[in-house]
Write a protein that binds this ligand. Structure first.
Ligand SMILES: Nc1ncnc2c1ncn2[C@@H]1O[C@H](COP(=O)(O)OP(=O)(O)OP(=O)(O)O)[C@@H](O)[C@H]1O
Ligand SMILES: [Mg+2]
Length: 252
């Protein structure tokens, strides 16, 4: 394994319901990088993310966190590793019956050894970090789409994870709100050193934030490119260049 890797996929194959989606995936997530996972709808991005966080077991190959194979880890070890992962799922909604603050406090109450006052303090700090200082006592239903996404990121960041997984955080947001979210993602990396795996089909986000982008080809059923997005746009395989030129306008 490269010395640089925080997380590593080795010869990984993904399948759901007995159908092979992707095979021979080999890549690492490096400390402090923003890695975009891209590819057409249904190519297996969310499935890959579930494998990377140990929620789904590979049919073939392995995922290593440090030198621990997630599939081999016992429950205690997996729990310890998961506490290093902040995850925002594609459907990653907030609990609608809880306030925004309670949503962010939830992982802290569950996993952090803190008293009530400290839990609230940390949650308020995380909300401030995503620009939602005033929303602690609000119900999620009173927030805009972009605010909900930011609150969900604050919840994923609650335990100061070194590695953050975000599945389509800007889906359904207007371009300005989406650009602000991109800024937030870059800020988290720049100021907290968080490594980020970002699943997205938003070309503007890929070019604005990703250090490297991994392309999952639905037809080939494997990764056909991994490099800086601009380099891929210039010299990547044709299918990847086509994807990156896309209808959504390319680099901004
Ligand atoms: N639990 C499941 N049971 C059966 N099929 C599934 C399941 N989860 C995903 N699939 C199928 O696997 C394929 C890949 O799904 P996945 O959600 O990983 O794709 P994706 O790249 O994230 O797509 P999108 O861009 O639409 O989010 C799809 O065809 C999907 O219908
Ligand atoms: Mg998905």
């Amino acid at each position: 394994m490269s010395e640089q890797a925080l997380l590593r996929a080795e010869n990984l194959s993904l399948s759901v319901a007995g159908r092979l989606l992707q095979k021979d995936l080999n890549f690492d997530v490096r400390p402090g990088e923003i890695l975009a996972l891209m590819g057409g709808s249904g190519c297996g991005k969310s499935t890959l993310m579930r494998h990377l966080v140990g929620l789904q077991q590979p049919v073939c190959g392995r995922v290593l966190y440090g030198d621990v194979d997630l599939a081999e880890a016992d429950e205690a070890e997996l729990a310890r590793i998961r506490s290093h992962f902040g995850v925002m799922f594609q459907s990653g909604a907030l609990w609608s019956s809880m306030t925004v603050g309670e949503n962010v406090m939830l992982p802290l109450t569950e996993f952090a050894d803190l008293d009530e006052e400290a839990v609230e303090q940390v949650a308020r700090f995380k909300l401030a970090l995503v620009g939602l200082d005033g929303a602690f006592d609000e119900m999620p239903s009173s927030l805009s789409g972009g605010m909900k996404k930011r609150a969900a990121i604050a919840r994923a960041m609650a335990l100061d994870p070194p590695l953050l997984f975000l599945d389509e955080p800007s889906a359904g947001l207007d371009p300005l709100t989406s650009a602000r979210l991109d800024d937030l993602i870059v800020n988290l990396r720049d100021h907290l050193g968080t490594s980020i795996v970002l699943v997205t089909h938003e070309l503007s986000s890929i070019f604005a934030v990703a250090d490297r982008a991994l392309f999952l080809d639905a037809k080939e059923r494997t990764m056909t490119a991994l490099d800086a997005p601009r380099r891929l746009l210039e010299t990547g395989p044709e299918a990847v260049r086509e994807f990156l030129r896309g209808r959504e306008g390319g680099p901004r």
